[in-house]
Design a protein around this ligand. Structure first.
Ligand code: MN
Length: 444
């Protein structure tokens, strides 16, 4: 892996830093002092208010409680004072200088030997005791389509002769999703009901529970500061507007989708539920995992408004992603979940900063807490397929599960768990935690 040319590394990324929170220094746990992701949490089984927290080891530091101690100065103090509500929107709205100042102050306070240890210790809550809620109030949710492998695999099923539409290599494709049905990991997902695609081209649609329920392994991107309507975010500035990344499962009803999607795109096939992980990994924490943007020489290069030195040097991120499946039967037999997808965000055709710039090129205003989905992050290899639709080739070929069942799509009781991590030699492992959801039977 080559080093990014446009790095913004600072003392918080020093791989030799350790924390006085013992489990932070355990690579298996995946929440080292170099990480410091944000969530909204409270203690399980209580009626406490939900509040912001930062993960450190197997613990969460309660930022609302910390704010009442007023321990920091300057921009870090302003940023911490924004961490007392039930969402991260106020912090997101402050901008990257404030996010960075808070990260530095927390890093210094959590380091081994820090004078603040005695003050902070009582503010830790074990992650095993935490209940999470949505990390932000999402005004608008947009889903993109940035894996060319996913676009090609899906296109092949509908247009074997021309799987990839000619616009794909020029314009980042997206559609406006539904924010009201976003849920955080652990929320059950009801099988949707609707009009299902006719079995034959000249047949009538049927009405009933979705028979082709699917997952999509994606990442979520939380926007921090937005832009006034009528203005654009230039590509050189786009990174500054990205607060952080999470895991995202864009549940999809294929039989509803393929009946309704022409000519305006997905509608009820996607809007019933979208699951995200509770932890938002800040863009700053991901700096060590940036990798250069690349395109095959035979492909068109992005138009100038979508290219910059920063995109060229480090437009992509190296984030290992998996999707796992368990079923009623596997859990009853206490068999471990099986891995359906093993892929990486480096399979992207478009950089996340390009999505930000493209989204605003027409003057559309983004707002703090807006969410992007990257689109299914399939790679070219079979194990990198990020949906059942790709794995089963549109339902033509069943996947044999290790415990004897088979699947073409999701059955009731099935549970999908997305996980993500950043791993490289000489640097502590960063975990994205998980985004999990179990399918409940349709209500007719
Ligand atoms: Mn999607």
């Amino acid at each position: 892996m080559s080093q990014p040319s446009a790095t913004h590394l600072n003392e918080t990324h020093d791989p030799s830093l350790t924390s006085w929170v013992a489990r932070a220094n355990d690579n298996e746990v995946g929440f080292p002092i170099q990480h410091l992701p944000f969530a909204i949490f409270r203690e399980q089984g209580t009626s406490q208010a939900f509040r912001p927290g930062v993960a450190i080891g197997d613990q969460i530091i309660d930022l609302a409680a910390l704010a009442s101690l007023k321990p920091f100065d300057g921009q870090a103090a302003v940023a911490l004072a924004a961490c007392t509500g039930t969402s991260l929107n106020a912090l997101m709205a402050l901008g990257d200088a404030h996010w960075s100042a808070l990260r530095l102050a927390l890093s210094r306070a959590l380091r081994k030997g820090a004078a603040m240890q005695a003050q902070l210790e009582p503010l830790l809550v074990a992650q095993t005791r935490a209940q999470y809620s949505m990390p932000a109030q999402v005004g608008d949710y947009t889903d993109f389509y940035i894996s060319i492998h996913h676009a090609t695999a899906g296109g092949k099923q509908m247009r074997p002769d021309a799987p990839l539409l000619p616009n794909y290599k020029w314009v980042p494709i997206g559609y406006h999703g539904r924010s009201s049905s976003l849920v955080v990991s652990g929320h059950d997902v009801l099988r949707p009901v609707g009009q299902l695609k006719p079995a034959t081209p000249d047949g009538d649609p049927t009405f009933g529970p979705c028979q082709r329920l699917d997952y999509e392994l994606e990442m979520g991107v939380f926007i921090g500061t937005g832009n006034p309507q009528g203005t654009r975010i230039p590509i050189e500035q786009a990174d500054k507007h990205i607060f952080g990344l999470c895991l995202l499962n864009d549940w999809s009803a294929r039989d509803i989708q393929y009946w309704e999607y022409q000519p305006l795109g997905p509608f009820l096939a996607k809007s019933f539920a979208t699951t995200i992980s509770p932890w938002i990994v800040t863009r700053e924490a991901l700096e060590p995992f940036r990798i250069p943007f690349s395109r095959p020489a035979t492909d068109p290069q992005p138009l100038p408004y979508l290219m910059s030195e920063s995109v060229k040097g480090g437009g992509f991120y190296d984030i290992h992603l998996t999707a796992q499946l368990s079923t009623d039967q596997s859990r009853k037999a206490q068999v471990a979940p099986t891995t359906l997808t093993d892929t990486n965000l480096d399979q992207a055709y478009w950089a996340i900063s390009q999505l930000v710039t493209h989204h605003t090129v027409n003057g559309c205003n983004l707002q703090p807490g807006d969410l992007f989905g990257t689109g299914t992050m399939s790679g070219p290899a079979p194990e990198q397929a990020g949906t059942f639709n790709e794995i089963s080739i549109g339902g033509k070929q069943a996947l044999q599960l290790p415990w004897g069942e088979e699947r073409k799509y999701l059955m009731d009781g099935d549970e999908i768990t997305l996980q993500g991590e950043c791993v490289k030699p000489g640097y502590p492992r960063l975990s994205f935690g998980q985004a999990s959801g179990r399918i409940l039977p349709a209500v007719i």
